[in-house]
Structure formats: structure tokens, C-alpha cells
Design a protein around this ligand. Sequence first.
Ligand code: ZN
Length: 114
Amino acid sequence: MIHIVLHFVIPLAVGLLFYRAHWREAVVIMLLTMVVDADHLLADPIYDPSRCSIGFHPLHTVPAIVVYALLFLGPLVVRSTAPLHERSVLARTAHLAGLGLLIHMGLDAADCVW
Ligand SMILES: [Zn+2]
């Protein structure tokens, strides 16, 4: 149960702490990335509390996580003088979706350890 709560609390905290100028947009985009768990529908059983999602579900594998890291980092390394909140909608969305997905994978990975 705490795991599910953290999937909401951590993006909210990150949005408030690091994206204060547009925290609502940041939190909504990060929360929408929870749709990544749709890949659980491919598994049988769909939910198994003892199963580690990382490396099992297709969108929770290392190649997918590399893509999420690129989404997060790409808009930061593309040369621009504008702060992130003044960049294009596409750049902001990619960055925040990547961050939301990385947070999601981190929380899922932590669940594999504990
Ligand atoms: Zn997940």
C-alpha cells in the first residue's frame, strides 16, 4: 500500500520542490506516466505482489529505462538559453515524462529490494 502512495507523493514532492513555477503541469505529467503499468496486462497473473516488475514487464526493462533517461536528459542538454518552463511544450513534456518514468522505475526497483 505504501508503494502505491509513494507513486503519488514523490511526483508531487518533486513537482513542488523542483518545478515550483509550473508545479501543477509537472505533477500531472509525472502522474500520467503511471500508464506505463499497462504492460502488467500482458502478464499472467496481471498482479503478483511477490514479483519484481523491473526486468519482467516490457516497459520496465533496462532498454526502456534508457529511453526514459534520454527523455529526461534530452531537453536539458539541447542548447537553449531559456529556462525549462519557457521551452516548448514538447521539450517540457518529454523532460517531465522521462522524470516521472524514472521515479516510477526507482520506486518499483525499491520494492524489489524491500
Ligand atoms: Zn510499475
